[in-house]
Design a protein around this ligand. Structure first.
Ligand SMILES: Cc1cc2nc3c(=O)[nH]c(=O)nc-3n(C[C@H](O)[C@H](O)[C@H](O)COP(=O)(O)O)c2cc1C
Length: 318
């Protein structure tokens, strides 16, 4: 399976819908950007539950909602509300590296505290109406923190464990720790999903060759740098996937995808300022798919006026 990674502000409903429209079933499913359990009042989560409302997700790829937080009661409450909406699985975010999140033992900030992980799973798992999967890093401070987390994860009936082999302190850069991933893989008694730095079919091949037991791969930034990436992977490795895919030459180009996504942003019922912010967030990553000079691409980020931005993008996506 190819799974679209959760990326707050990026792989939200708008993106998932545009991606599915252009590259039908390129991803088998997506994990949603996290819904945050803030101090048990579900305020943030309630706002963002829209992102995973089934009636809005009908034209999207299948999605598994992700929860961020360590408040067990809120977790159970939200997960079971999601189950009432039709979701049969939720994913627990144990990977977010942001300092303000981690400082409260949320995301990857919980990884140095295995007993907290056990206590949450002990409370949550028996009362969940959904199944549970988790997404982890190797640790927050040290890649060896995972050594104390794996035996705990093995004690619960998880559907999968997605591993991004970095520490929280590394954020999103620095070397992926393949040696540590190699060491822990046989110790995890659940299906393991690999995630991290898959930006080309070659990267995919490397992971599948190094780790034949890992059947499922999650892709984040690679799909924004090059929206054709999942289709390229499916084309090069048809034996890995069930579905037949259209020849690559018949797939929309990256330019067409960008135009389509921006068209959706322009339809949003928000201010022009909000549209500009959104277009620029995507442009930072998606523009990598275009051959124009960096200087020319930067002009979009330096413009403050929607008309100018659209004209510049139009010139580069013709
Ligand atoms: C802007 C941004 C937002 C992210 N938001 C989330 C999130 O909501 N939940 C999560 O589990 N991971 C989140 N991640 C991490 C990605 O899911 C993924 O683990 C990471 O980008 C590494 O995979 P990649 O190299 O394929 O991008 C985010 C990453 C970025 C760059």
């Amino acid at each position: 399976m190819l799974i679209l990674a959760p990326m707050q502000g990026l792989t939200e409903l708008l993106f998932r819908r545009a991606f599915q429209r252009c590259y039908h079933n390129a991803f088998d499913c997506a994990i949603s950007p996290f819904l945050s359990l803030t101090h048990g009042n579900l305020k943030d989560a309630t706002v963002k539950v829209e992102d995973v409302l089934p009636k809005l997700n009908t034209n999207s790829m299948p999605v598994i909602p992700q929860l961020l937080g360590h408040e067990a009661e809120s977790f159970i409450d939200l997960a079971n509300r999601l189950n009432d909406l039709g979701y049969s699985e939720v994913n627990w975010n144990m990977g977010c590296p942001m300092r303000r999140v981690a400082a409260k033992h949320r995301g990857s900030g919980i990884l140095p505290y295995p007993e907290e992980v056990r206590s949450i799973l002990d409370t949550v798992v028996p009362r969940l109406k959904t199944t549970l999967s988790v997404k982890v890093r190797l640790g927050y401070y040290s890649p060896d923190e995972i050594d104390h987390i794996i035996p705990i994860l093995n004690d619960y009936p998880l559907t999968s464990v997605t591993v991004h082999p970095r520490t929280g302190k590394q954020m999103y850069s620095g070397l992926i720790n393949i040696d540590k991933f190699t060491q822990i893989l046989p110790l995890i008694n659940h299906p393991v999903i690999y995630n991290g730095d898959i930006c080309t079919p070659y990267d995919y091949r490397r992971i599948r060759t190094l780790f034949p037991s890992v059947k499922d791969v999650m892709i984040g930034r690679g799909a924004l740098y090059n929206p054709l990436l999942p289709m390229q992977i499916r084309t090069e490795f048809p034996e890995d996937f069930d579905s037949a895919v259209l020849p690559l030459t018949q797939q929309p180009t990256a330019k067409q995808f960008i135009v389509s996504l921006i068209g959706d942003i322009l339809q949003m019922n928000v201010s022009n300022q909000a549209k500009i912010r959104k277009i620029k967030e995507y442009w930072c990553l998606l523009s990598k798919a275009l051959p124009d000079s960096e200087e020319r691409k930067r002009r979009v980020l330096h413009s403050a006026d929607l008309e100018t931005i659209l004209r510049l993008i139009d010139e580069m996506t013709k």
